[in-house]
Design a protein around this ligand. Structure first.
Ligand code: KIV
Ligand code: ZN
Length: 518
């Protein structure tokens, strides 16, 4: 990608869900989950996927490397500090990519240079030139970021940006690293760079705004109005602390308000809901119901006045359609009489591409669900298939659970598991049925992981709804999220806990000492 090749009104969508998003405490994803998200980002038409920070860990290296093999349309990007070792590692991970980008950064604000880097401005200036020139030996497509850019002195920012472009950076990303900027100020910063940096027309200016004051999207859009043509963002606004600018909000704002924001993106917006669900499910970070675009209530109309208006003309209270973000009313209603063919068509409609065996297993679970539950909604099928697909690969598998609970003590759980095919059964007591169930698991699989999150979400309405449970376990500073779904909340809880344990075991085998983050 090159500044002059872009259409003047096209905004490049740079997704950093897999890098900055994954840096949110507790939001770690395994390789398979990252690849699933990358695949969906590609389908959506994201221009650049920042797939990780290869020097940070074996897992990050592997993720960038595998996404590089997988992605055909998007540019695959790896993050690197200014050190040669970081850049070497990013270049190595990106080798298989059809189109690759190295994104290198160094702090430029007085505060960061003095206290974090302990470097003089002139040393930082030299590091900018050296790192960008070095990265250019591996790829033509180099992006440079002045970390804490929004709190950097303007003269120094202009000097470093000019030097980075001269050294070969094609994209200059301006991070509001701590989410401190306000929209007018951030727009003016971009305008200032456009006015003062002599070679700025040789690069695309990008925004990377954090959401500490809830202004990440507003700041990014202000940046675009002032001349930026790339926005760095994440699905559901995932990211460090309060997160990054939310991709879905950026894209739908540009689309819905093209009168005020005359810019285009290449995003197929009908994939937005699916991407949001996938990221929420993988990370265990539930989307708040009133979240713009992807919250459960984003298109719900409760009050009588609003419902009346909607019935007369949807535009009275709807500025965009639910269909435009992929919320379609399915014509295929599933129930216990639905056959294999209808089930297969439904899976396709929901965007699943499964092999024959997986379809058969999922179908058997669907039949058993349909026996227990009168109406099987799309959400039920998504929860069921996700659970089936992810637990299939686990070496520790749920077999059965019987729980005695209620107001009389003791609460006990009799649990059976298979570990690599061998059946193990125990009965354990606990302070309540969930505690008894988790204690039973720990009796069979001894471990020291701490339970950091236990979250139950009803997939649909009604007392016969499936429960979708997320469990986050943490061990030695590494966390994993497990998920499980079932009409029985305790079975779903056991499945989620086991899924997390399976991931933890996998992670133990891959961890490098001294991992870091940007
Ligand atoms: O927030 C930030 O400054 C970053 C940089 C690495 C771009 O994430
Ligand atoms: Zn960031």
């Amino acid at each position: 990608m090159n500044a002059s090749k872009n259409k003047p009104d096209k905004v490049v969508i740079f997704d950093t869900t897999l890098r900055d998003g994954e840096q949110s405490p507790g939001a770690s994803m395994n390789l398979e989950e990252k690849l699933g998200i990358a695949e969906l980002l590609e389908e959506m038409g994201v221009d650049v996927i920042e797939a990780g920070f290869p020097i940070a860990s074996v897992g990050d290296f592997e993720a960038v490397n595998e996404v590089a093999k997988l992605a055909k349309g998007p540019i695959v990007c790896g993050l690197a500090r200014s050190a040669r070792g970081d850049i070497d590692r990013a270049a190595e991970a990106l080798k298989p990519a059809q189109q690759s980008r190295i994104h290198t950064f160094i702090s430029t604000s007085p505060l960061h240079m003095k206290f974090k880097l302990r470097m003089e401005p002139e040393e930082v200036y030299q590091a900018v030139i050296d790192s960008v020139s070095y990265a250019r030996q591996f790829t033509d497509n180099v992006e440079w970021s002045p970390e804490d850019g929004s709190r950097t002195e303007h003269d120094f920012l202009c000097r470093t940006v000019e030097a980075a472009i001269k050294a070969g950076a094609l994209t200059i990303n301006i991070p509001d690293t701590v989410g401190y900027a306000v929209p007018e100020e951030f727009g003016s910063l971009i305008a200032m760079l456009k006015n003062r940096v002599p070679n700025i027309d040789k690069a695309i200016i990008s925004t990377h705004c954090h959401n500490d004051l809830g202004l990440a999207v507003a700041n990014s859009l202000s940046g675009v109005s002032a001349g930026a043509r790339q926005i760095e963002c994440t699905i559901n606004g995932l990211g460090e602390r309060a997160g990054n600018a939310a991709l879905e909000e950026i894209v739908m704002a540009l689309r819905t308000r093209s009168d005020m924001l005359p810019f285009t993106t290449g995003i197929e917006t009908t994939h937005i809901s699916r991407a949001s669900r996938m990221v929420a499910s993988v990370t265990g970070f539930a989307v708040q119901p009133n979240k713009a675009i992807v919250g459960a209530n984003a298109f719900a109309h409760e009050s009588g006045i609003h419902q009346d208006g909607m019935l007369k003309n949807a535009q009275t209270y709807e500025i965009m359609t639910p269909e435009s973000v992929g919320l379609t009313q399915s014509k295929l209603v599933m129930g216990k009489h639905s056959g294999r063919h209808a089930f297969r068509v439904k899976l396709e409609e929901l965007g699943y591409e499964l092999g024959e065996n997986a379809i058969q297993d999922a179908f058997l679970r669907f039949k058993s669900l349909a026996d227990k539950k009168k109406d099987v909604y799309d959400e039920d099928i998504v929860a069921l298939v996700d659970d089936e697909v992810q637990s299939k690969k686990d070496s520790i598998q749920f077999a059965s659970l019987r729980v005695i609970c209620g107001s009389e003590d003791p609460q006990t759980a009799t649990l059976a598991l298979t570990i690599d095919g061998a059946l193990h059964q125990v009965t354990a007591k606990g302070d309540g049925p969930v505690d008894a169930t988790f204690n039973a698991i720990t009796e069979i699989i001894q471990h020291n992981a701490r339970l950091r999150l236990y979250q139950v979400h009803a997939v649909t309405e009604g007392t016969d709804a499936q429960a979708e449970v997320s469990v986050r376990l943490e061990e030695n500073g590494k966390s994993v999220v497990g998920r499980g779904a079932d009409t029985d909340t305790l079975v779903a809880s056991a499945r989620a806990y086991l899924n997390a344990l399976n991931k933890l075991i996998e992670k133990r085998e891959k961890t490098l000492p001294g991992a870091l983050s940007a």
